[in-house]
Design a protein around this ligand. Sequence first.
Ligand code: ADP
Length: 469
Amino acid sequence: MKFSYKILLCCMITVAVAFGIGGYVFVNDVFQASLKRETGQAMDESSILQFAFETAALNIPSKYDMLQNSVIEEIGANLEKSGQVTGRLLRISDENRQVLYASQGFGEDTRLLEQIQEGIRAYQIIHPDERYYIQTGSQIKALDRILYLETLRDVSGVYGERARGFAVYRNLTLLLLVLSSIFLFFISSWLTRPIRLLTQAARQMTEGDYSCRAEQISSDEMGQLTCDFNHMASVLEENIRKLENEVRAREDFIAAFSHELKTPLTAVIGYADLLRTRKLDEEKHFLSANYIYTEGKRLEAMSLRLLDIIVTKRCSIDAQDTQVEVLFSYLKEMYGENQEHPLKISFEPGQIRGEVNLLKSVLLNLVDNAFKASEEGSPVEVTGAVKEHGYEFSVRDYGVGISQSECKKITEAFYMVDKSRSRSHNGAGLGLALCVEILKLHGSQLEIESALGQGSCFHFQIPGSWLQS
Ligand code: ADP
């Protein structure tokens, strides 16, 4: 069942119960008051009749000491006549509770007669046919006789009024239910509109439209729920977008990796087959074996870089406080004797927090690339300086440079600006990708400034570094 229908049903039940109970209490209260009034009047009437009877008995001259039954009947008939206008009925019984006089239609019911005692005026409500009566009973002492006087007062009108009251209330309740159901239908539809909008948005999202949002139409709890739902949808959309990008990047990575693997492997298989199937002269034999060796080396370098990338992607670093001098001395040691490219190193003393071996790998890659991009004799400068937010390392060369559009791509795995040139240097387009991953682990990023034909400057800051005191 729809939520709006449930609200409607609950409200209708509440209205019906409230109106029903209210109506019953009100009508019944009016009825009880009327019945009480009628009972009071019946009792008053009974006492007036008792008094009238006793007076009449005293005033009737009698030749006997005893009040004769015939006299009693006569008084009874006179009393009945005097009350004919009000439709009053009466019955008079003797000491043995034997009926002496009864109005026509009084009935045979003697239950009250049995209960009448001296000094007590009793009453009961009887319903002998379709009419209702208040029956009263009292004892009369007339001369030497003890008699019982009973009266019947018709109160069917009071019961009829009660039945009419219930009928009016029942019809009123039905009318109210019909009217309130129309009114409540619109109210419940209006109240549940935010839920319908949320459901609609959720369905659209399930169908793949992650940009869909629910319209916020109120500022109450439902409005808050819509706001939270929309926020959740935004976060979800962002995460899905990230995941999609990651999957795409992974697919590109695998495609590039298989391509990079295929080229050297084809050459290795081709030359190995040549060596295996033909007898070559010494020079060709050496060239073939050399080709297999260099391509094998390239594959080895590629697999090592890949392994490095995978390891850095999974681990956190083992950071330690280190003097920057350690890194620069290492570079001097590695490239100080390089005859082709003079390496100029200048740095401010300082201390950094990071994993030394990983940072050495970054600097080696950058200097290596700078050498590869430079003409023979062209210098490569490595500098270190303390900045406001960390220690900055820069590697500058005056080589071929990189265009602006290429700058954005060279940090992607397997991307090479000049493939044949890179491959001739055992490159596979993984060095800078590795640098980016390592710097990410240090909370840093690689910045590239370059102009075609003028050279490049690669720099990065290790945060949380400080000047050595
Ligand atoms: P590789 O192992 O091929 O050097 P890298 O990821 O280190 O891979 O570099 C990607 C590409 O970026 C290289 O193929 C090269 O073309 C370009 N590159 C990197 N450093 C420089 C530089 N200093 N000057 C010009 N081009 C560079």
